[in-house]
Design a protein around this ligand. Structure first.
Ligand SMILES: Cc1ncc(COP(=O)(O)O)c(C=O)c1O
Length: 425
């Protein structure tokens, strides 16, 4: 697996940076995901301990990549496999599992806990053995013995940070143990979905449901990523870097880009868990989905949002606005309310892209320490400010002029002249 899951360089990091971001392409494993490693490891180790032997039946509750990986490993090693999953699982996943010869059982949509209970019941009735990826130490072991050493070798020991999305947490647990044994300074950054976000393969675990294999001390930082941010980065990755992957991987790249804006001289590796074709039926790559990117985003998403800009048509602009009210869409700043609809319309007319970044509530923006005021490239002093974004860096801008333009027609004149000055550059 080492040779196929190589590292790929993210070539278009925004602005001036001393960092590099490397993507580890785990979708190149034989059954298409990072889960091939623990699937094989859990079977091999159970065999070694004498718990199972070829011909036995294995049972697992899984909603995704683990099921496909186990189905492949069971086929190679000569086991029968029963996979229990919620009925709303995508058709391509079911078809892949069945192709490897697994038997599929369904529980009602969304009921992963029911699936886990049923697996345990069937084991108690003697119908097979449950490997239990959430509690099985041979899951992280696979990453301690393979993913971790590969990351170390493929970066010539230069890796400073690893970003991994967290599901069972097997990947981050195993790689953390290995990498910190080589260099305790290496930082492990875990990604979890923000409150309410649904990202396939990963979970925001409530304390009482944390996987048994999880050890908090092995993770230095946890970053929350929204579903929207993860999906937008996933689409942009395919268009900009030719990396066609699932949403949890897009989320991990978003987290790496945020991290990169805070550190220097870093070699940041990101685990790309699987390939995008597994998600086609969900519609996340549909033309309609792409058409609506980039969506307005909050200030903390700026580093990853701006990195995605080359995926969209030029001329490209970023407009910094005051936070909108979630109900009315109006912001606390009258100048923003006046300028934003006009900016949207004029950029649309020019066939370009407008990224809207909300700087914060009034007290947040008025704070002298706001990071955008002190950013070496932004030096943002007023909202709204619109910046022409060119070759990954800020170019010409209008800010105080927009603030001073107190009627819609003055705003329109200001923006028209700004766009006609910059659009052809
Ligand atoms: C798509 C996807 N992303 C991320 C992960 C997380 O990996 P881990 O379970 O090792 O934390 C998984 C696990 O199944 C996955 O399927």
């Amino acid at each position: 697996m080492a040779s196929c899951c190589g590292l790929m360089l993210w070539t278009r990091l925004p602005g001036r940076t001393s960092n590099i971001i490397l993507a580890k392409l785990e979708g190149n494993n034989p059954a298409g995901s990072v889960k091939d490693r623990p699937a094989l490891s859990m079977i091999q180790e159970a065999e070694r301990k004498g718990v199972i032997k070829p011909g036995d039946t294995l049972i697992e509750a899984t909603s995704g990549n683990t099921g496909i990986a186990l189905a492949m490993a069971a086929a190679i090693k000569g086991y029968k496999l029963i996979l229990i999953m919620p009925a709303n699982m995508s058709e391509e996943r079911r078809a892949a599992m069945a192709a490897y010869g697994a038997e599929l059982l369904s529980v009602p949509p969304g009921e992963m806990e029911t699936a886990r209970d049923l697996a345990k019941e069937m084991e108690a009735e003697g119908k097979g053995i449950v490997l239990d990826q959430f509690g099985n130490l041979d899951n992280p072991l696979a990453h301690f013995t393979s993913t971790g050493p590969e990351l170390w070798e493929q970066t010539n020991g230069q890796i400073t940070h690893l970003v991994s999305s967290m599901g069972t947490t097997g990947t981050i647990m195993g790689t953390s143990r290995y990498l910190k044994s080589k260099n305790p300074k290496i930082q492990l950054c875990g990604l979890q979905p923000s409150q309410g976000a649904k990202i396939p393969g990963i979970r925001r675990w409530p304390e009482e449901y944390l996987p048994k294999i999880f050890d908090r001390s092995r993770v230095d930082q946890v970053i929350d990523i929204s579903q929207r941010e993860a999906e937008e980065t996933t689409r942009a990755l395919a268009r900009m870097e030719g990396i066609f992957c699932g949403v949890s991987s897009g989320g991990a790249v978003s987290a790496a880009l945020r991290l990169s804006s805070e550190v220097e001289n870093a070699v940041i590796a990101v685990i790309i868990c699987d390939r995008g074709d597994r998600y086609l039926s969900t519609g996340i790559f549909s033309p309609q989905a792409i058409e609506n990117d980039p969506k307005p985003c909050p200030a903390n998403e700026f580093p990853s949002a701006v990195a995605r800009l080359p995926a969209y048509p030029a001329p490209r602009y970023v407009i910094f606005v005051a936070d909108p009210d979630p109900e009315t869409g109006e912001s606390w700043c009258g100048d923003t309310n006046r300028a934003l609809p006009i900016a949207r319309e004029l950029v649309r007319e020019a066939g370009g892209t407008l990224l809207e970044v909300a700087v914060g509530s009034r007290p947040v923006w008025k704070d002298e320490h706001h990071p955008f005021r002190h950013d070496p490239e932004l030096h943002l002093t007023c909202v709204p400010t619109m910046i022409h974004w060119q070759d990954g860096a800020p170019g010409e801008r209008v800010g105080p002029e927009l603030e001073a333009a107190k009627t819609s027609s003055l705003v329109e004149t200001t923006l028209r002249s700004f766009i006609s000055r910059t659009a052809g550059k």
